[in-house]
Write a protein that binds this ligand. Structure first.
Ligand SMILES: NC(=O)C1=CN([C@@H]2O[C@H](COP(=O)(O)OP(=O)(O)OC[C@H]3O[C@@H](n4cnc5c(N)ncnc54)[C@H](OP(=O)(O)O)[C@@H]3O)[C@@H](O)[C@H]2O)C=CC1
Ligand SMILES: O=C(O)CCC(=O)C(=O)O
Ligand SMILES: [Mg+2]
Length: 414
């Protein structure tokens, strides 16, 4: 493979796990497809301004562009969507941020986003959902929505283990299921595409452990296991049972009123933490009607994907929904939304989601003063009704600004 399209920035230092974050860390970034070209430079400009202001120029991120997706095919040529040196850099530099990447529907390449999460074993997809005062929302009380989603990021049907209808692979698997496994319920075997949904005890436990620990560390009142275990008994149902077992075995949770809900005392606050569960369809209506009853959410991959966008809509849309993909050693931050192709290159969309993902990154690095500046300046810009099109179309008296002008509006308010 051709290598060395990556230029390591002069004067920057690598973040080394277990050591203090240097004042001049090298942070790899992937620009992203579609609106990546609009939002990524704005994110970098806003973060640089916040860091410079917060630390009086004594700290500075050294950004290192690495490539994946469509830009990678232009830089590396032909079919190179995810170069080896990109994977190596993401592992080696430990903390990174990425724009969205396109995944074609039906045929074509499989999701590069999913490939990154699987290959780096970024098993937690962490997506906090909170309300910013002034953001237009379809709810009467959007401020009651304050949840943190822990979406399992490496397993489930989302992983794409599937065979196209009428191919040798689909025929072979369907034949195996019918002849060796006694399966009689495939309604149209000749024309079925077929997929496999792996959900494991280990995968569930490591995700739920992080969710419960987050509730402890952040004084949250409950963890809700969201699943469809009534129908998919051994995958989603397994997820629910393993999650409850973990709460009991590792955190000492005791049954509430005979169960299945349980609770334990937060060792840091002395308060109760409730561990409960909800079936995914009912959960989706309850978060709209009774959002205050939900707090930390732990769920399988596909449920987490749906819930992320639904919850984001409650607090103003995916234009400001941030996220992180985490393993025990690597953290890769990214927006919840996709490449929104119809807006690509128009300098129009909301850069808030990627900027708030960078805010999570700064907090992860312990650069809380810069993170706080990002939050406060975004609150001020929205409070002044200086917003991008997505908010402006729902707000009375708003000043609609471009993607880059919204970044500038934040910087002016730091
Ligand atoms: N992690 C990743 O990289 C992700 C990648 N994708 C990929 O992105 C591609 C497009 O997916 P699609 O389903 O259209 O979903 P998108 O999230 O890209 O866009 C859907 C709609 O959400 C709104 N939106 C998205 N981003 C913003 C923003 N920054 N500011 C304001 N509004 C925004 C727009 O709404 P409106 O039209 O109302 O203005 C847009 O049309 C697909 O290939 C998909 O696979 C999808 C999700 C995540
Ligand atoms: O990989 C993709 O294209 C979609 C990913 C997605 O929707 C998500 O991560 O929320
Ligand atoms: Mg999604």
């Amino acid at each position: 493979m051709t290598t060395s399209h990556i230029t390591v920035p002069q004067g920057g230092q690598k973040i080394v796990p277990g050591q203090a974050i240097p004042d001049n860390p090298i942070i790899p970034f992937i620009e992203g497809d579609g609106i990546g070209i609009d939002i990524t430079p704005v994110m970098i400009k806003v973060v640089d301004a916040a860091v410079s202001k917060a630390y009086n120029n004594s700290k500075k991120i050294h950004w290192m562009e690495i490539y994946a997706g469509e830009k990678s095919t232009r830089v590396y040529g032909g079919d190179v969507w995810l170069p080896e040196e990109t994977m190596a850099a993401l592992k080696d530099y430990v903390v990174s941020i990425k724009g969205p990447m396109t995944t074609p529907v039906g045929g074509g390449i499989r999701s590069l986003n999913v490939a990154l999460r699987q290959e780096l074993d970024l098993y937690v997809c962490l997506r906090p959902v909170r309300y910013f005062t002034g953001v237009p929302s379809p709810l009467k009380r959007p401020d009651l929505t304050d949840m943190v989603i822990f979406r399992e990021n490496t397993e489930d049907i989302y992983a794409g283990i599937e065979w196209q209808a009428e191919t040798d692979g689909a025929k072979k698997l369907i034949n195996f299921l019918q002849t060796e496994m006694g399966v009689k319920k495939i309604r149209f075997p000749e024309t079925s595409g077929i997929g496999i949904k792996p959900v494991s005890k280990q995968g569930t436990e490591r995700l739920v452990r992080k969710a419960i620990q987050y509730a402890i560390d952040n004084d949250r009142k409950s963890v809700t296991i969201v699943h469809k275990g009534n129908i998919m008994k051994f995958t989603e149902g397994g997820f629910r049972d393993w999650a409850y077992d973990l709460a009991k075995n590792e955190f000492g949770a005791q049954l509430v009123d005979g169960g299945p809900w349980c609770k334990f005392t937060n060792p840091k606050t002395g308060k109760d933490v409730i561990v409960k569960d909800a079936i995914a369809d009912a959960f989706l209506q309850q978060i709209l009607l009774r959002p205050a009853e939900y707090d930390v959410i732990a769920t399988c991959n596909l449920n987490g994907d749906y819930i992320s966008d639904a919850l984001a809509a409650q607090v103003g849309g995916i234009g400001i929904a941030p996220g992180a993909n985490l393993s025990d050693s690597v953290a890769m931050f990214e927006a919840t939304h996709g490449t929104a192709p119809k807006y690509a290159g128009l300098d129009k969309v909301n850069p808030g989601s990627l900027i708030l993902s960078a805010e999570m990154m700064l907090r992860h690095m312990g650069w809380t003063e810069a993170a706080d500046l990002i939050i406060s300046s975004m609150e001020k810009a929205i409070g002044d009704k200086v917003v991008t099109y997505d908010f402006a179309r729902l707000m009375d008296g708003a000043t609609e600004v471009s993607c880059s002008a919204f970044g500038d509006a934040m910087i002016e308010r730091m």
